[in-house]
Design a protein around this ligand. Structure first.
Ligand code: ADP
Ligand code: MG
Length: 710
């Protein structure tokens, strides 16, 4: 094994000399030397992420401070750091290291530091001038992640201020490099005071694109695309010439499902008869998603054994962040999992939505990096035209701004509306964030950060959860909330085996765990699993016996310790809040949750539905995986952590032809059925008065869904 790694290593490092970027080494270094801002662009795979930091390092940029490279995705930060440390020939965490949320693999010696954009944002809080850095590289700017966008605005202000002569406490001026795939570079340059753009000429090969037409605008079932993707991948495996396959899917569970189906079906292939290209003798199926163990990820980059075709089934991470060599075929599902702020529910919701056309082009491009390739789109041309937007909306315009606005406020940016945004978020989103911060006492009536707000910003957690944790800490009961916060920061802990019999075993164990947790809600279940596992003699064996992911639990233990350390540090401050409350453990627990999640409350409505109490009155259901699902009938009020929705389903339902009148009548009937105070007629009138597109289309979607159910 060792031997193989070594030979791979030398082979790959020769490769790095042949990357498109390597001919421009000197000019690039010089461009960074003479400019405060520089935009670097080039096709994905040209070597920006792995090579430029090394060039700067060798040119001596590391002498005055670190070279920081941000990534929107945590896996990318880790994988790239691993790769670069290998190329440099140091062990990870020495000269080359990384830092992502809850996982710091950097030391005093680290000069080239890969990190998530969120981590750099937190570092700015502690050190606003970034005195530790000589260069900051914002990578993957075209992804337009919320944190990268905010960093762009902050660094623009900072560097311009420093130029204007205000002291920043640093010896040499900070250099800022913004790297992006070939999109939007003019806009970036204009934003950064018309800074120069360094374009690395790329070489790309033609990619033949085909619409397989297996998914049309009316396909609402999200399980369909998994099947179709598998079918197309297998078809092409048997009919196309040698070359690796990259399949784009949405998330971990879909990817695992697709891989299972692929394994099963690939078993049945008879390579003597079924496969056109005789040199192809096998299929190596590899999943790739964010929360995957890193040792498994490494396999993705290794060339497959001779005669074997590699098939990587990945999330969007393989679109630009990571480049896998040897890919000749793309299978595009046409969907992506995206965090969207739903202002009707007032929450960020992880949705499966159709990708944009520009995203689809980016995906296809991955097949033409080293030779001509082919891209198989499982959807139809009609789907492309009717369901896919031109461009992806930047995250800042579609997710909750609460955490980011609190950060800005703590950095002294008082006027958050006039902050230099590359793309301005809608004002109502900013106002909503301010309202939420005010409601959790993080800012006061004048919009200034409170003492509590300054405590909250220290935690790398969503604001509601932080608020609940701080409430518990002020009551001296942080032991109740720290494990919950940690457990909510890792992936799903419950193993769901594919095999039906094992599935029953797992289910039985999980039901038992839920029952043993006492008060039977998801928060206490998490707490109880955490405590039970930690108290057992062999935590890993305990996890195995109870069908719990040991890896997730192990991370939760580490995260709990890290959160506890932050809390201990804050508790030493003189004015850390202290409160008293006499009540049982479960009363205290509920009190803390209510303090944090006051905005996520719903009251029983008709049937199995609940109605949120945030002024929007959205209809929500209890998820079948929730511990509350079985007791649903006995509940009048619920507090929830998350809302999931299959937006594609909703939007495609809404696309059906229904007149507003029909919807209005239905709403009226529903209202009458609910025996609410407002009469049916009132409801009708109200609906007519509403010009609000969103609520009408939501009503329409609800109507259609009901109609189908019946
Ligand atoms: P860019 O940032 O311009 O998209 P990268 O620097 O990420 O390009 O990639 C340059 C090359 O390095 C690609 O050929 C890619 O396959 C290779 N590479 C990057 N990461 C790894 C890795 N972990 N293992 C093997 N090869 C890698
Ligand atoms: Mg890159």
């Amino acid at each position: 094994m060792d031997k193989r790694n070594k030979s791979l290593h030398t082979m790959d490092s020769c490769d790095s000399e042949n990357l498109p970027i390597s001919q421009h080494k000197e000019k690039l270094v010089q461009a960074v030397q003479v400019n405060s801002f520089l935009v670097v662009t080039g096709e994905t795979g040209s070597g920006k992420t792995t090579q430029l930091p090394q060039y700067l390092y060798r040119a001596g940029f590391g002498k005055n401070g670190k070279i920081g490279v941000t990534q929107p995705r945590r896996v990318a930060a880790i994988t790239v750091a691993q790769r670069v440390s290998q190329e440099v020939g140091c062990s990870l965490g020495r000269e080359v290291g990384y830092q992502v949320r809850f996982d710091d693999c950097s030391t005093q010696d680290t000069v080239v530091k890969y990190m998530t954009d969120g981590c750099l944002l937190r570092e700015i809080l502690a050190d606003p001038s970034l005195t530790q850095y000589s260069v900051v590289i914002l990578d993957e700017a075209h992804e337009r992640s919320l944190n990268t966008d905010i960093l762009l605005g902050l660094l623009k202000r900072k560097v311009l201020q420093a130029r204007g002569g205000s002291s920043s406490g640093r010896s040499a001026p900070l250099k800022v490099v913004v790297m992006s795939a070939t999109l939007e570079t003019d806009k970036l340059s204009a934003f950064l005071g018309d800074c120069p753009v360094f374009a690395i000429p790329g070489r790309t090969f033609p990619v033949a694109e085909r619409f397989c037409g297996l998914i049309g605008p009316k396909d609402t079932d999200s399980t369909v695309y998994v099947q179709e993707v598998v079918k197309v991948a297998l078809d092409l495996h048997t009919s196309e010439r040698a070359g690796d396959i990259l399949v784009f899917l949405t998330g971990q569970s879909e990817i695992e499902k697709a891989c299972d189906m692929l394994y099963e079906k690939a078993e049945a292939i008879d390579y003597r008869y079924d496969v056109q290209d005789r040199s192809v003798e096998g299929l190596l199926i590899l999943p790739l998603y964010g929360s995957m163990p890193t040792d498994q990820q490494r396999q993705i980059f290794q060339p497959p054994p001779k005669g074997v075709r590699k098939c990587v089934v990945a999330t969007n991470i393989a679109a630009t962040s990571l480049t896998i060599n040897g890919i000749k075929y793309i299978v595009d599902s046409g969907f992506v999992k995206q965090l969207n702020h739903n202002s009707r529910v007032g929450l960020d919701i992880l949705e499966v939505v159709p990708i944009s056309k520009s995203e689809a082009q980016q995906r296809a491009g991955r097949a033409g990096r080293t030779s001509a390739g082919k891209c198989f789109r499982i959807y139809s041309k009609e789907f492309w035209e009717k369901c896919m937007p031109e461009y992806t909306v930047p995250e800042i315009q579609r997710t909750s701004l609460t955490a980011v606005i609190l950060t800005l406020k703590c950095l002294g940016v008082h006027d958050v509306i006039r902050f230099p945004y590359l793309d301005r978020p809608e004002e109502r989103f900013i106002l909503e964030a301010l309202k939420q911060l005010y409601q959790c006492d993080a800012i006061d009536r004048r919009g200034h950060v409170t003492r509590l707000g300054r405590l909250m910003v220290e935690f790398p957690l969503p604001p509601g959860l932080t608020r609940a944790l701080l409430k518990a800490a002020s009551l001296g009961c942080e032991d109740l909330l720290l494990p919950v916060a940690a457990m909510l920061s890792v992936e799903n802990i419950f193993i769901r085996p594919g095999h039906p019999e094992k599935q029953q075993d797992a289910q039985r164990e999980h039901v038992k765990l839920i029952a043993e947790s006492g008060s039977c809600n998801d928060f206490t279940v998490l707490l109880s699993v955490f405590e039970k596992c930690r108290a057992s003699d062999s935590p890993s064996a305990w996890c195995r016996d109870h069908w719990i992911h040991w890896r997730a639990l192990k991370s939760a233990f580490s995260i709990e310790t890290q959160l506890r350390d932050i809390l201990l540090r804050l508790k030493q401050q003189r004015d850390f809040p202290v409160e008293k409350f006499d009540g049982s453990r479960s009363e205290i627990f509920r009190r803390c949750l209510c303090t944090g999640y006051f905005a996520n409350v719903a009251r029983r409505a008709v049937g199995r539905t609940f109605c949120t109490m945030d002024g929007h009155g959205s209809v929500v259901h209890i998820h079948p995986a929730s511990a509350l699902f079985e007791q649903e009938a006995q509940l009048d009020w619920i507090i929830f952590h998350d809302v999931l929705v299959d937006a594609y389903e909703l939007s495609s339902v809404a696309r059906e032809e229904v007149t507003d009148e029909e919807v209005a009548k239905w709403e009226a009937k529903e209202a009458a059925k609910r025996q609410s105070e407002e009469s049916a007629e009132d409801a009708l009138k109200k609906l007519e008065r509403r010009n609000d597109e969103a609520s009408v289309s939501e009503a329409r979607a609800r109507y259609l869904q009901r109609k189908r159910e019946r």
